[in-house]
Design a binder for this molecule. Structure first.
Ligand SMILES: [Mn+2]
Length: 400
């Protein structure tokens, strides 16, 4: 039995959007978030005594302003080296050979960067593992690189390290197909590039994206980390998600009103912060209620956020409440919409063929959801012409 870490899209030194400018921001913590997540990865590898670490592309976010991102990696790789853990890296579109210019020529002995001209295979005799991979030479990759990966090494546990969109051939950018990967004969495909954690495993072959290690904007919400993979002697694979992120992005939807605003938001924030175990939380608030959006709302809620602590409100959006009861419908619809509904209601009162069309649609829906909808009054109204017209009259009356 052995364990390994499968990570991807570390994006070392990628900026976290907007966070650094917020009042009271722990600037250092935010600026170094992608590095901290990688430190956590190294810590996890040492703690779990993994056999090796895999990085499936985009270790770096882009070209380096100076050698600092490279030195940081050397420092962390050396920590792994002292623990006897090798690290295998393919470069992706963000850190393609052509993109990262560096004077650094020497890397710690435990580091393997796969070349970009053709696929290579690294054999780890101690674990009977063969790792196949190829880096990006240029950010623009239009072929399925995996097609040229070597045949599996017989008897070994074979891993393919691939930066790809996957997409089953529906994309011309960095494509690959699950079917082909599954048929290639490897036991594990360590994918990278898609920042959302995703699993495409088939019987006998594990195929997955671990997601990125640190969310960088509100489009990357929830826990972020890596896969800690256990391989049994019979090559049975189990994969477990491990959190590595130090700043977490989250969307919160809260139904509230002007009087309860601070209380409701505070409760939701406190609850979410408690689950974040000391991480900084970047929150987009979706408020549902009759509220005036604007600076005063922002000021009121920034006060709450600062008081709760460890929270930054990325954005506050306000949606008026849905009109879900008959009483709340009065007068609230825009005039054009109300007029249109009124017109339909009137047509259906007199036009037999129109009403028949509507009822046929309802009949189809009823058939599809029969078990769930039951025989409520409204359901019966939908199957009887006069009851249906009466119901519509009621709706029309509410709009008038
Ligand atoms: Mn990528």
């Amino acid at each position: 039995m052995f364990k390994f870490i499968h990570a991807a899209d570390i994006h070392i030194d990628s900026p976290l959007r907007g966070l650094a400018t917020f009042e009271g921001a722990p600037v250092e913590r935010i600026r170094s978030a992608t590095r901290e997540a990688f430190r956590n990865l190294v810590q996890l590898a040492i703690q779990e005594q993994v056999a090796f670490v895999l990085i499936a592309g985009d270790l770096w976010d882009g070209d380096w302003p100076d050698s600092a991102p490279g030195l940081f990696f050397i420092q962390q790789a050396a920590r792994l080296g002292k623990a006897g853990i090798p690290i295998f890296v393919v470069k992706g579109n963000h850190d393609a050979e052509s993109k990262v210019t560096s004077a650094i020529r020497h890397w710690p002995e435990n580091v393997t960067f796969f070349g970009h001209k053709k696929p290579h295979t690294a054999n780890l005799d101690r674990w009977n593992v063969a790792i196949h991979g190829q880096s990006y030479g240029e950010p623009q990759v239009t072929q399925d690189l995996s097609e040229k990966f070597s045949a599996p090494v017989a008897g070994a546990f074979n891993i393919g390290l691939l930066h790809t969109c996957l997409e089953d051939g529906t994309t011309t950018y960095a494509p690959a197909r699950v079917d082909r990967l599954a048929a290639h004969g490897y036991e594990y495909w360590a994918l990278g590039h898609i920042h959302q954690r995703q699993d495409f495993s088939r019987v006998g072959v594990h195929i997955s994206f671990p997601g990125n290690s640190q969310g960088r904007s509100i489009r990357e919400t929830g826990p972020k980390g890596c896969s800690l993979v256990t391989v049994e002697d019979d090559h049975t694979v189990t994969s477990q998600f491990e959190e590595l992120d130090v700043v977490r992005w989250q969307e919160l939807t809260i139904a509230t009103d002007d009087a309860g605003l601070e209380r409701d938001v505070r409760e939701a924030l406190e609850c979410t912060v408690a689950k974040c175990e000391g991480r900084l939380l970047a929150v987009r608030l979706q408020l549902i209620g009759n509220l005036n959006s604007g600076q005063s709302l922002r000021d009121r809620l920034d006060g709450v956020a600062v008081e709760v602590g460890d929270v930054w409100l990325e954005k506050i959006l306000v949606t008026p409440p849905a009109r879900d009861s008959e009483t709340s419908m009065t007068g609230a619809l825009p005039p054009l919409v109300a007029d249109e509904i009124q017109r339909i209601v009137e047509t259906l009162q007199t036009d037999d063929s129109a009403v028949a069309e509507w009822m046929a649609d309802f009949a189809e829906l009823r058939g599809r959801f029969s078990g769930e909808l039951g025989e409520t009054e409204a359901m019966q109204a939908l199957s009887e012409k006069q009851a249906f017209r009466d119901l519509l009259k009621k709706v029309g009356g509410q709009l008038a």
